[in-house]
Design a protein around this ligand. Structure first.
Ligand SMILES: NC(=O)c1ccc[n+]([C@@H]2O[C@H](COP(=O)([O-])OP(=O)(O)OC[C@H]3O[C@@H](n4cnc5c(N)ncnc54)[C@H](OP(=O)(O)O)[C@@H]3O)[C@@H](O)[C@H]2O)c1
Length: 445
């Protein structure tokens, strides 16, 4: 592993040097263990501690298949899917691996007693498999997390529609929280040159998701002047949604739960900010009953910011707790676009407000390769910026996941894999200098 790291750190390394590097037989990776699937049985979600379930193991190097790349991972990031995996909710991810393993001898490699998690990476290509022409050893890359087989016609208009669509490092093995990772080469994107490894690794999953959900015509198709209600506006997804709204000429109405998070939204340029904790919204009177008066109070608050207008788009992901309010506050003909249900997936809303006001609920999930490319391109052009607030070494991934699980973080939490320290990997200092304040926005608060 030392030779690999030395090659990456040396400014003189050539593609031939990378191609000639000897591959190790094993590497260090953050794993879950199949025989621990039941370790949290009976506990409340909040009490399930990722520090207990996430291990740092030495794992064998998988065989490289056609169309794949082996990547040396300099840095990765924690996504909420790693929280779900680590608490084995709503289901254990080993079920995904077993099902994937049944597809072919190649996918069988993924069905192991350990699951290497992680759906983001920034690093360097070490080897490519048969049939790969677009990428070569030595390429500095980030990887998006869409894994598709594309053997069915269904995925050929929009790869998210592939019946064998999976999220790499969540529904497949050999993820990014490791020293090495195995990806399909149609997951690779050029690493933005002005960013460090940990900054480049952090937008991937959430940035691409927010791009499809809010901007793409496959999602809400946001346009200039739209009022966009963004839940969790300083969180993983929300910190990108807020930037997209601002960059696209829309008005974000940011919902957060503390003054510190409100400050981050202001630093991004948002003006309309609702602190849901300070204003004490209780959309549910009890476990079974919502309170429409609270929806109304929330809607009135939004109108104070918009000069009486309702929102064109709600960027939804908290799910059960907020969905009734989200449907209510959307304007006639507007769109509620949802990609998740953090607080519960059995939603309840008053359908009269949906059909009588001709609103639409749109489901959105990750992004296709083109959408992920466009989202990464905007990062590379300095139009959208990473939102890293804190970085942990790989040994402390459990703590990093706990921070996200308990909503103690801002933006994104990074993880150093092979990178010995933060701050490495910048190839365009001049361009970085132009955007340095925006890049550090989440660190400085
Ligand atoms: N389908 C996809 O492709 C996809 C992609 C990415 C993420 N996701 C899912 O989307 C969800 C959010 O991911 P993320 O990365 O943005 O997570 P995150 O970094 O934890 O941010 C989510 C934010 O939502 C807010 N929130 C949480 N619970 C809430 C509640 N009950 N009511 C109102 N607001 C609440 C919190 O902000 P405040 O406390 O400041 O309000 C939190 O910071 C997760 O469930 C994740 O699995 C899905």
């Amino acid at each position: 592993m030392k030779e690999i790291l030395d090659a990456i750190l040396s400014p003189d390394s050539t593609p031939a040097d990378f191609a000639a590097l000897k591959l190790p037989e094993s590497y260090r990776a953050v794993t879950l263990h199949k025989d621990e699937e039941q370790m949290f049985a009976g506990l409340d979600s909040r009490d399930k501690d990722p520090r207990k379930s996430l291990h740092l193991d030495e794992v064998p190097l998988p065989e490289l298949g056609p169309g794949e790349a082996l990547v040396a991972v300099m840095a990765s990031a924690v996504n909420y899917n790693t929280v779900w995996s680590s608490i084995f909710e709503p289901v254990s991810t080993f079920g995904f691996l077993e099902r994937y393993g049944k597809l072919s001898p190649l996918t069988k490699r993924h069905d192991l007693p350990h699951h290497i998690v992680g759906s983001d990476l920034a690093g360097v290509v070490l080897r490519t498999g048969a049939g790969v022409n677009a990428w070569k050893p030595g390429d500095e890359v980030v990887a998006h997390c869409l894994s598709v087989e594309l053997e069915s016609p269904d995925g050929h208009n929009d790869t998210m529609m592939d019946p064998e669509q999976r999220i790499w490092g969540f529904e497949t093995n050999f993820g990014g929280l490791a020293q090495l990772a195995l990806v399909k080469t149609n997951q690779l994107l050029p690493k933005p040159k002005h960013l460090t490894w940990e900054e480049a690794a952090s937008p991937g999953l959430v940035n691409s998701t927010a791009y499809r959900q809010l901007v793409s015509r496959n999602g809400a198709g946001m346009k200039q002047g739209d009022n966009v209600l963004i839940w969790g506006a300083s969180g993983g997804l929300g910190s990108y949604a807020t930037q997209y709204a601002l960059a696209g000429g829309a008005t974000p109405i940011c919902v957060v739960s503390s003054e510190q998070k409100a400050e981050i939204c202001r630093a991004m340029g948002a003006e309309a900010i609702i602190d849901r904790s300070a204003e004490g919204y209780r959309f549910w009177k009890d476990e079974h009953t919502q309170d429409p008066r609270e929806w109304k109070r929330f809607g009135s608050r939004i109108r104070e910011f918009t000069g009486g207008e309702d929102v064109d788009i709600v960027f939804e992901h908290p799910g059960r707790e907020t969905f009734g309010a989200s449907v209510y506050v959307t304007r006639k003909g507007g769109t509620i676009v949802t990609c998740a249900s953090t607080s519960g997936y059995m939603h309840q809303y008053d359908n009269r407000y949906l059909w009588m006001s001709l609103k639409r609920i749109v489901g959105s999930h990750f992004a296709n390769y083109r959408e992920a490319f466009e989202a990464n391109r905007l990062i590379a052009k300095g139009k959208i910026h990473p939102t890293v607030s804190k970085v942990y070494p790989m040994e402390q991934t459990g703590q990093a996941a706990l921070d996200v699980h308990h909503n103690k973080h801002q933006g994104k939490v990074g993880v150093l894999c092979l990178a010995p320290q933060e701050g490495l990997g910048v190839r365009n200092e001049e361009f970085r200098a132009k955007h340095i304040d925006a890049i550090n926005r989440f660190r400085n608060i």
